[in-house]
Design a protein around this ligand. Structure first.
Ligand SMILES: Cc1ncc(COP(=O)(O)O)c(C=O)c1O
Length: 365
């Protein structure tokens, strides 16, 4: 039985999506075509970026961005220890080594002081992750990158339309990548998109995702000037994405409202602390630290038909990237305390208030 109050619930099937899908079918062209271009153009305009390149996922987008910057075997890339594992996997995919860095306890984003200590002659890039829409400290990241001549690739998978100051997250570094997997504000089933303001990087990205062709070809007597792969999006996905975009503003308003209600009702409890968001950030999901009894609370909510989601394990504790705990005091302390509260854009005020009541009820007992 699905929970009455979901942690997240994607919504597809709107009239707009059906219109764009019909267009793709009527075009008799469902490969990457005009609808992908339209989708790229719209997102670039929304986040004020010069160029956008659609990809099959954000993981692939991060990989392509690193590859376009010439990062590969023998290179090291700084990655926060608390993130979805895709960030580290994208580094591995391009042949480089992810160097895990502890996080800032106030934001759960990369700690630039710790990052600086992990820089070696092999370090080529830093990948800040804007966890749950909350920006890494981009002035510190950019300053660090300038001091050490590093590229910056932003993992903005969870940060579409989030800003720091007046600038959209994803547009600070050489490249930034968004995700359109089902638990994001807009979804294309799977999907991602790279943004960049650098024409040279854009010109490398296009052939990289299309078998090294400088222009779209026939599959026959095409020129392949460089090595590339097949990481195109399809017009079927872009059709869904274009339809989803018509609901973006409304969804963001609702996600902000969810967070505001949590803040008002749970903001000053001794046993739970909500992570703070700046007003220009979009809380992709609302997250909190619960120093004691987090797992019990998650179970209690479940018995009341309320879903929540426990935070990722620190990456250095995953078998895939196993390392000793010594360098990660914050991530090992905080990850077992962290939880995402129900954050779906389908929630009502009443739903969020019910969650708040149930949390208070649990801690009263
Ligand atoms: C922080 C972060 N990075 C990367 C990804 C990977 O995105 P995708 O699933 O589109 O490859 C995700 C997706 O969930 C994410 O949350």
């Amino acid at each position: 039985m699905p929970a009455k109050i979901p942690w997240w619930l994607p919504q597809v099937g709107s009239g707009a999506e059906r219109i764009f899908l019909t267009q793709a079918l009527d075009n008799n062209y469902i490969n990457e075509g005009p609808l992908v271009t339209q989708f790229e153009t719209k997102i670039a305009a929304l986040v004020n970026a010069k160029y956008a390149i659609a990809t099959p996922s954000c993981t692939v987008g991060l990989f392509l961005a690193l590859k376009a910057l010439g990062i590969g075997h023998g290179d090291e890339v700084l990655v926060p220890d608390i993130t979805f594992i895709a960030t580290a996997n994208a580094v591995d995919l391009c042949g480089a080594t992810p160097i895990l860095v502890d996080v800032d306890p106030a934001t759960f984003t990369i700690d630039c002081g710790q990052a600086e200590k992990r820089i070696t002659a092999k370090t080529k890039a830093i990948m800040p992750v804007h966890v749950t829409g909350r920006g890494a400290d981009m002035s510190a990241v950019m300053a660090l990158a300038t001091r050490h001549n590093l590229f910056v690739v932003e993992d903005a998978a969870e940060a579409l339309m989030s800003k720091q100051g007046s600038q959209y997250l994803g547009t600070f570094g050489q490249a930034g990548c968004f995700s359109f997997s089902p638990n994001k504000t807009i979804t294309t089933g799977q999907g991602g998109l790279i943004v960049t303001n650098d024409e040279k990087i854009y010109n490398r990205l296009r052939p990289l995702k299309d078998q090294g062709r400088p222009t779209r070809g026939t599959g026959g007597d095409d020129r392949h000037d460089t090595i590339g792969y097949n990481f195109k999006m399809t017009d079927l996905q872009a059709a869904i994405g274009l339809g989803q975009l018509t609901l973006l503003k409304k969804r963001i308003e609702r996600m902000k409202r969810n967070h505001e209600l949590y803040q008002t009702n749970l903001g000053d409890l001794p046993y739970l602390s909500l992570f703070k968001f700046r007003t220009e950030e979009v809380p992709q999901w609302t997250d909190a630290l619960i120093p004691e009894r987090r797992d019990e609370l998650v179970e209690y909510l479940k018995t009341n038909s309320i879903d929540s989601r426990k935070y990722w394990f620190p990456i250095h504790r995953q078998l895939a990237y196993k390392q000793p705990d010594d360098l990660f005091p914050q991530s090992i302390l905080l990850s077992p305390q962290a939880v995402w509260l129900p954050s779906a854009y389908t929630l009502t005020d009443e739903d969020v208030l019910t969650v708040c009541e149930k949390i208070k009820e649990f801690f009263k007992n």
